[in-house]
Design a protein around this ligand. Structure first.
Ligand SMILES: [Zn+2]
Length: 148
């Protein structure tokens, strides 16, 4: 018996990961396994995962969900908002670490770093709830995005 490097469940095959975890890894052929495997292991939700189902937590929201359970390769950021995707922590650096993210958050985050996204959404929330003045919001917005 071996222990899966992602979910830590025991399995028989002579591989690093059990079959359900390996199916997720296989979908991301283009990504370095040395970064993908730790990202999945870190995000793994052992409480919610049952049988062949694997749940992981979104790095940015903490929401527990699954990777695309269908064979369809193209998923929509709104219709499939709660499907998990893999995100580069720093989208400007393709060698940066990987994290698990809900599809909608990954789409909203776009070219922002995790920290820029977090600060921007907090500022937006304050703006939408009218907790800060327009002028202060704009200043904060510019500060976060490093624009003059
Ligand atoms: Zn596993």
């Amino acid at each position: 018996m071996k222990r899966c490097d992602i979910c830590e469940k025991e399995f028989d095959e002579n591989k690093k990961s059990c079959a359900p975890c390996q199916r997720i890894i296989s979908r991301y052929d283009e990504l370095p396994k040395s970064k993908l495997r730790p990202a999945l292991h870190f995000a793994y939700d052992s409480v919610r995962s049952k049988g062949e189902e694997r749940y992981f937590r979104c790095q940015y929201t903490g929401i527990s969900s699954q990777f695309n359970p269908t064979a369809e390769s193209v998923i929509d950021p709104v219709k499939d908002a709660l499907v998990l995707t893999i995100d580069h922590v720093n989208p400007k650096d393709w060698d940066s670490d990987l994290v698990v993210s809900l599809h909608i958050i990954n789409a909203m985050k776009s070219k922002l770093s995790g920290e820029e996204f977090r600060r921007l959404t907090i500022a937006l929330g304050s703006h939408f709830s009218k907790a800060i003045e327009q002028e202060d919001f704009e200043k904060e917005f510019r500060r976060i995005l490093h624009i003059g």
